[in-house]
Design a protein around this ligand. Structure first.
Ligand code: ZN
Length: 186
């Protein structure tokens, strides 16, 4: 490889946005192809720690969708996973560019391969405190069943559940595609 010129990319002042961009960049690698029928297209979800203040100030305030306005007015703001996720259509991708900075959606390589976010597919953004569950079978009747007890073994487990709620996180889902360099790309 012969490098023509080397320079550092300018990134956002926001630490959480820098981490998000770093994760997106890493997920725009192309070692594997998920599906033969779709070619080199794959949906990817990036998960990063993200504060409520930054989610509100960056995504809810800067993306002009009705759902963002509704969530801004919600006090307190509840988890926005699943059915409450924000679907950003292709028309609003310019607003995401303004948040994440130039070229957040493209990764180029030392060959002429280019991996990029499929902008026409839009994005899904969700946020909240994820509940992580642990299941203990220590006192589970099925797992503690003894053959000589005379009782029938329960069909299903009944474990005790404990859960962990950690740091708030942002889930950023996009579709990526591999292609080739075209003149004027960056
Ligand atoms: Zn069990």
């Amino acid at each position: 490889m012969k490098v023509f010129k080397e320079q550092q990319m300018q990134l956002s002042q926001h630490r959480e946005l820098r981490v998000l961009r770093q994760q997106i960049f890493d997920n725009l690698g192309y070692r594997y192809t998920a599906s033969r029928t779709l070619g080199h297209v794959r949906q990817v979800m990036v998960v990063v720690p993200f504060s409520k203040a930054n989610f509100r100030g960056l995504f809810l305030q800067q993306v002009s969708l009705p759902v963002c306005q509704e969530l801004l007015e919600e006090k307190p703001l509840e988890n926005c996973f699943g059915g409450r996720a924000i679907t950003v259509p292709a028309e609003n991708m310019g607003e995401v560019d303004a948040i994440l900075g130039d070229n957040w959606d493209v990764r180029t390589f030392d060959t002429n391969t280019v991996c990029r976010v499929v902008r026409a597919e839009g994005l899904r953004i969700s946020w909240g405190y994820k509940k992580r569950e642990m299941f203990s079978h220590r006192d589970c009747p099925r797992c503690n069943w003894a053959e000589d007890s005379g009782d029938a073994r329960p069909e299903v487990c009944s474990p005790a559940v404990s859960y962990m709620v950690g740091e708030p996180e942002l889930h950023f889902t996009f579709t990526r595609r591999r292609g080739h360099w075209v003149t004027g790309l960056m």
